[in-house]
Design a protein around this ligand. Structure first.
Ligand code: ZN
Length: 426
């Protein structure tokens, strides 16, 4: 794709560190934000840098962070709606996904990533478990991210439950060796370990994954407490030594107060998937309780019925208000942070803001601001009113990867998917 551009981005309207700013500017260099502040000051300091300006009918905000996704589940949309969880998993997911060749995976992920970029998502954590035959499928995902320009973290799943499809299963040794191979071939910061869950991975595999995360200094993503479990899944993981500051607990819905304290004391982080949890009837996570304990919590689109972090921010807020019967339970400020800076922290990505500090990846989106009421804080409009069609452009590493309409690659992926659906008889 060539070197990322060096540019001064001038924004008549922007949101930086959660606050609305007028005539704001930042300098993109080597894919990161090298300088940021009032336009005058930034321009003074960077006179040689070519400028790109966005006028007052545009609102520039950080790219949105998708902390948990299984992009291939877009193939289940429609025909597998409205099933109980076990039926959805066993008769839909487990029937279709094992049939995908690496080339199919590539096109499904190109389609899904294109959809996400068009919805303003610039980082995605793909929790990927089609690994039973080796790394070919995982590499197809990495290639799809490269082709579309999406920032990818591949949370490479480990699974050895004998009831899972053979195409998902590996021995501990295979999973370990293959994950190391990926980390040697690609930037190690983009590949981490993801023992599937307490039901998907044996105790031996869970322990080995925790050891792997420690030795490799990488994150460990795991599904936990998505469904009620009287045994207490957080406690079980803690007994196995799985919980640490490297752990990203995905879902964490059915969790006791004591278990929330355990998550906090271990330094674990959480990714919440409100739309998928609604869709599958799972429940509502105690976001307020996690935030009160200082646990970083982000958002994910998980089953991708409609991959949109704008939608997840809104769902997270509304659900928390209902859960607590309190209109203040999770307001626009907190929900916006979950989709940006807190989401980035939750998955260990240096992104989610428009400043030159630690969260400095030059990932940003340009929204049509005509839907923002003049009397409304822009941040509130983003959380409660924005739709995907507000997104007019998406930039990752300072490079424009979406320009307001589907790219030729995105269109090609849609027609490949139509052919795939016919072959799979969806
Ligand atoms: Zn998941």
């Amino acid at each position: 794709m060539g070197n990322p551009p060096t540019e001064l981005i001038r924004c008549a309207r922007a949101i930086a560190s959660g606050e609305e700013r007028n005539d704001y500017a930042f300098v993109v260099r080597d894919g990161t934000i090298a300088d940021a502040g009032d336009f005058k000051t930034i321009h003074e300091r960077n006179r040689e840098v070519p400028a790109r300006a966005f006028p007052a009918d545009r609102l520039v905000i950080p790219g949105l962070i998708n902390g948990h996704s299984h992009a291939y589940q877009i193939l289940l949309r429609g025909w597998a709606d409205d099933m109980p969880f076990e039926q959805w998993r066993d008769e839909a997911l487990y029937r279709i996904v094992p049939k995908l060749a690496p080339e199919d995976v590539y096109w499904v992920f190109v389609a899904a990533f294109s959809e996400m970029l068009a919805a303003g998502i610039t980082t995605v954590v793909e929790f990927f478990y089609l690994n039973g035959g080796g790394n070919a499928h995982a590499e197809a995902v990495i290639n799809a991210a490269e082709a579309t320009g999406m920032r990818l973290v591949l949370a490479r799943a480990w699974m050895d439950n004998p009831k899972a499809p053979a195409e998902f299963r590996e021995s501990v040794d295979q999973a370990r060796t293959r994950t190391l191979e990926l980390r040697a071939k690609y930037p190690p910061s983009t590949i981490c370990v993801a023992p599937h869950s307490l039901h998907g991975a044996s105790e031996e595999m869970l322990r080995a994954a925790a050891r792997f995360a420690r030795e490799e200094a990488c994150d460990l993503h795991i599904h936990v407490a998505e469904r009620p479990d009287p045994a207490g899944q957080i406690s079980a993981l803690d007994r196995l030594g799985v919980l640490s500051e490297r752990t990203v607990a995905v879902h964490a819905i059915h969790v006791t107060e004591e278990e929330k304290d355990v998550l906090a004391s271990r330094g674990a982080r959480v990714v919440y998937n409100p739309t998928t949890n609604l869709y599958l009837g799972d429940g509502i996570a105690d976001v307020s309780g996690f935030r009160r304990r200082g646990i970083p919590i982000g958002l994910g689109t998980d089953a991708n019925v409609k991959p949109s972090i704008l939608g997840e921010m809104r769902a997270a807020s509304y659900l928390q208000k209902i859960r607590c019967r309190n209109g203040q339970a999770l307001g626009a400020v907190a929900a916006y942070r979950m989709g940006t800076l807190d989401g980035a922290r939750a998955v260990g990505v240096l992104a989610g803001d428009l400043t030159a500090g630690a969260a400095s990846a030059a990932d940003f989106i340009v929204l049509d601001a005509s839907g923002v009421d003049p009397w409304s804080p822009a941040r509130n409009a983003v959380v409660y009113r924005a739709e995907a069609h507000w997104v007019r452009a998406t930039f990752v590493n300072g490079r424009r990867v979406y320009a307001g309409q589907p790219s030729p690659l995105a269109l090609a992926a849609r027609s490949e998917l139509a052919a795939l659906a016919r072959r799979l008889q969806l």
